[in-house]
Design a protein around this ligand. Structure first.
Ligand SMILES: [Zn+2]
Length: 684
């Protein structure tokens, strides 16, 4: 997901508990500097295309070992004597042979595998090279994504995700390929992969599973373990669930929900060529979800009661947006993750209603604005996947682009666009330009203005308006002007007049450039004029500005950049000095840094603010008590604990903690350990 090469970590992060998300994101930031899969290279593109893999792999799961041979069919664009692949850096290459079976030279450097050929591979002709390799995949060490396991082999369950580069990969996320996977495991294990499954071949002590995926896609994910398949009960669904012990009882609800999601997407995108879907639960120490053709892998924490249908709908949409149709380059990545995020929103609108959809889009807008200025969507290859910036721009702003396109061209043309995309580009890759042409054809309008503004550029509008009311013979007339600063801006903008004692009047005003005039007649007295009240356009206003500054501050805090976070929370307070949350967060950081005077002042201010969210009250009293304990004022501490207990609000165990400190005074931990751990208060 995200920052990685397009697995769904970001999606998993935003669904993980906020605290956990912070921890993962902090490690991602560090990792972003170390990621070796060069985005620069992805942009240049390799000078050959892989067409097919045949991988024979033996998994010694009790030893965490793989021993494999990959036969790689490829077509060079030019006569080639050098080939570059990415391969998990824990895997040792034993031997590479050219099409004639001759050994050739190769070099390993971290993730890179460079092969030098004596006899050039001819341009335009299919050639086959063979790579024999193996090694230990037992931890996050050497992972293509520092600190996150995306390839693991073990007796407790094996997951070899495509982002883990557990076989030689070229053109990650862009080069579509077919594959035959022959995977041998201990005889009591089961293997799940993409494509048609042959009858397992049993030998003493081991069994070989073979999967053939003969269309070009991304069938590079293999999962193995002690699974029992449970067919979904939903009528007409070809879904099998492979859940871990203890979760079997969730098979029916996951199968039903997956069937509903598949049915919904089949209706609006068009049916998948092959409707079979395996939903497989994998360990918790990896991304929250990852989707390969016909296969959705979910981390245990994502297999919940009730069903986590947000993550599930995001993942299932990848069967269309990635597996069926994929971005032509890493700069087109929003056509993968951005469209998956918006597909999820479409499902939520249908399943949970307009209010849930609008809430989600507001959160998405805040996410998009958090790092919007860093790069345009069309420069995604410059960003490190799995960073907050990538999530903000490719996932959230990407989703907002589809949301805005729908507003500009209308529901019918928008749905037609998605249908055409799924049908015309099935099993192919698509560029942003090609996507634009599909939308233009469906809507019968030229859309360069739209893509220039939202995909190729940074910058979002901030609307101002002024207006005057005139009395008409029958009713009133509002005459006004909207203004924003972006010169190339051109969008329809919704203007809503709130009236006394009657329904609001809403009109769609075409805005070209920095100003637009509007004239709206109303029956009763106009009270207020709102610009874009339904958030159809990605924009800054006072409310989003506050949320965005807060989100940035929270990210800094989660990354433990405390001094930067303090400055950022102070910026939040410039916008809203009444924000209890900003004061509380400042108090928390000062408390962590043992600046008890400053901490006390901020906690007190948080109690004088808007008390939003509600848990601030209990937690601020608790923290004040801890400060008094830490500074040897037991009576005053007990007084604060009592006030905490009086709130009767046990958010994140606040009352339990207060009771504990009533019994026994709070004592600060040793400085080194406390400075390394994030504050223990609620995360949002
Ligand atoms: Zn995704």
């Amino acid at each position: 997901m995200n920052r990685l090469i397009s697995t769904d970590l970001a999606a998993s992060l935003r669904r993980a508990s906020p605290v956990r998300r912070g921890i993962i994101q902090a490690s991602l930031l560090v990792m972003a500097l170390i990621v070796t899969s060069g985005s620069g290279r992805a942009q240049r593109g390799p000078n050959f295309e892989v067409k097919n893999y045949v991988i024979d792999a033996q998994l010694l799961t009790s030893e965490h070992l793989i021993s494999a041979t990959a036969r790689i069919d490829l077509i060079p664009n030019i006569d080639l004597t050098a080939l570059n692949f990415e391969l998990h850096s824990n895997l040792r290459v034993d031997k590479v042979t050219d099409p004639s079976g001759q050994d050739v030279n190769f070099k390993r450097d971290g993730l890179n595998l460079s092969v030098s050929l004596l006899n050039p591979l001819p341009a335009g002709k299919l050639s086959t090279i063979t790579v024999k390799y193996g090694g230990l995949l037992n931890s996050a060490d050497g992972s293509p994504v520092e600190g996150i396991k995306v390839a693991y082999i073990g007796p407790d369950g094996t997951y070899l995700l495509y982002p883990g580069r557990w076989f030689p990969v070229s053109g990650y996320g862009v080069n579509r390929f077919s594959a035959t996977m022959n995977i041998t495991v201990p005889s009591d294990e089961v293997v799940i992969a993409s494509g048609k499954e042959a009858l397992p071949e049993r030998q003493p002590g081991q069994v070989t599973y073979s999967y053939v995926f003969d269309k070009e896609s991304f069938p590079g994910t293999v999962i193995a373990g002690h699974y029992t398949a449970q067919p979904a009960t939903a009528a007409g669904a070809d879904i099998a669930l492979y859940l871990k012990p203890g979760h079997e009882g969730l098979a029916a609800s996951y199968g039903d929900t997956a069937a509903k999601i598949l049915g919904f997407y089949s209706d609006i995108f068009s049916p998948l060529p092959d409707a079979h879907l395996a939903i497989v639960e994998i360990a918790d120490d990896t991304v929250g979800g990852y989707t390969a053709p016909g296969l959705v892998a979910l981390a245990s924490r994502a297999v919940t009661n009730p069903v986590n249908y947000r993550l599930l709908s995001h993942e299932i949409s990848h069967l269309w947006w990635r597996c069926l149709v994929s971005p032509a380059s890493s700069n087109d990545a929003f056509l993968d993750e951005g469209l998956a995020e918006y597909s999820k929103a479409l499902y939520i609108q249908q399943a949970a209603g307009d209010a849930a959809f609008e809430d989600l889009m507001r959160d998405t807008a805040v996410g998009a604005l958090t790092h919007e200025e860093v790069a345009p969507i069309a420069q995604a290859s410059q960003l490190h996947e799995f960073t907050p910036e990538y999530e903000s721009i490719v996932f959230d702003k990407g989703a907002m682009v589809f949301h805005m396109l729908r507003w500009v061209i209308g529901d019918d043309a928008f749905h037609q666009t998605l249908k055409t995309l799924a049908q015309q580009y099935a099993w192919k890759s698509v560029s942003t330009d090609q996507f634009q042409r599909i939308a233009e054809k469906a809507s019968k309008q030229e859309l360069t203005f739209f893509f220039a503004q939202w995909v190729n550029s940074t910058g979002v509008p901030q609307f101002k308006r002024n207006w005057a009311v005139y009395r008409l013979q029958k009713g009133y007339q509002v005459v006004g002007k909207m203004q924003q600063d972006l010169d190339i801006f051109r969008m329809p903008v919704e203007v809503r007049v709130i009236c006394q004692g009657s329904r609001p009047v809403t009109e769609r005003i075409e805005m070209v450039g920095t100003t637009a005039d509007f004239t709206i007649d109303t029956r009763t007295k106009p009270l207020r004029v709102l610009v874009d009240p339904a958030s159809r356009i990605l924009k800054f206003d006072d409310q989003t500005k506050y949320q965005v500054e807060m989100a940035r501050a929270d990210q800094l805090r989660e990354q433990q950049a405390y001094l930067d976070a303090i400055r950022q929370y102070q910026d939040v307070l410039q916008i809203n000095s009444n924000s209890s949350l900003a004061h509380y967060r400042l108090g928390d950081i000062h408390f962590l840094l043992r600046n008890y005077n400053a901490a006390m002042e901020e906690f007190r201010r948080s109690l004088d603010g808007d008390l939003n969210p509600k848990w601030i009250e209990v937690w601020a009293h608790l923290k004040l008590g801890e400060i008094f304990d830490a500074t040897g004022q037991r009576d005053r501490a007990l007084n604060e604990y009592q006030r905490a207990l009086q709130t009767n609000d046990n958010t994140q165990g606040a009352l339990d903690e207060a009771n504990r400190y009533v019994q026994k005074p709070y004592k600060p931990q040793s400085q080194s350990s406390s400075a390394q751990s994030a504050p223990s208060s609620p995360a949002s």
